[in-house]
Design a binder for this molecule. Sequence first.
Ligand SMILES: NC(=O)c1ccc[n+]([C@@H]2O[C@H](COP(=O)([O-])OP(=O)(O)OC[C@H]3O[C@@H](n4cnc5c(N)ncnc54)[C@H](OP(=O)(O)O)[C@@H]3O)[C@@H](O)[C@H]2O)c1
Length: 270
Amino acid sequence: MEYRKLGNLDVSVIGLGTLRTFDVTDEADLAQRSQIIDNLLSNDINFIDSAAMYGASEKAVGVTIEGKRDQFYLATKVRIEGKEAGEQQIAQSFENFGVDYIDLFQVHNLIDTQTQLPTLERLKEEGKIGMIGVTAMVDEAYPDIMDIMRSGRIDTVQIPYNVVQRTVEEGILPLAEELGIGVMVMEPLKKGRYVNELKGEPDLTPLKEFGVSTWAQALLSWVVSDPRVSITIPATSRPERINENAVSGSLGTMPQELRDYVREETVRML
Ligand SMILES: NC(=O)c1ccc[n+]([C@@H]2O[C@H](COP(=O)([O-])OP(=O)(O)OC[C@H]3O[C@@H](n4cnc5c(N)ncnc54)[C@H](OP(=O)(O)O)[C@@H]3O)[C@@H](O)[C@H]2O)c1
């Protein structure tokens, strides 16, 4: 597994997202998530992203990493308007995870950033959180994200970047590189759509020699082959897919002609 700097942390280039997939409460589902956590560890994956808005996700992460908390970096997000409401939601995240320290706290989709940032800055000063980030999903938010990056108040950004959504190549990625801001990539598989809903079967033959044997691995390798990306966080509810996705963290840089092939094939098959 390759590790890169995300702010001041050394993170595995493949991490874990938990939107929908960790919004579970019943015992059988939680047991399967525990297997996911074990598979993360056996693949040297050390980073998990959640959010206050992901239903039971923070709690499910908290329960399934019990006794293993020191082997993971935890990230989550505040998404609410108002100072007091923000403070309450943030406190609830600590409780949900069952921890007294959170490695990265992000403002979710720039909701009331100007109110939530000072709260996060205070928590960072007090040593309760390690880093501060912001997330955004739509191109229209990028000018605001770039202003916040230039303000020096954040350590990370979380944005979509995949074979089809490439706007960040123009502004966010070069600026992050210039300022030393960590880049987390959400939705590397476009919520699974780029793997599950393709009209045709991609021909994997050209990618075999590079070490890729599934289309999900091709798409993840495509993302982390950009050196400005610190980490991507595919989500899954299936433990075996952790092993599959982790392969992309050990392949090194995908040659440009293969990167072009993966992009062209995906676009052709959508
Ligand atoms: N605004 C924000 O801040 C924001 C927005 C979106 C996402 N995020 C973060 O980014 C993370 C990733 O995004 P995402 O979960 O929306 O989408 P994603 O990671 O692109 O796709 C997840 C889906 O892909 C499927 N999948 C995973 N590995 C696979 C494989 N090897 N083969 C086939 N299918 C596979 C999973 O289905 P199975 O369960 O069946 O494996 C899951 O439904 C989120 O979990 C969240 O942490 C943040």
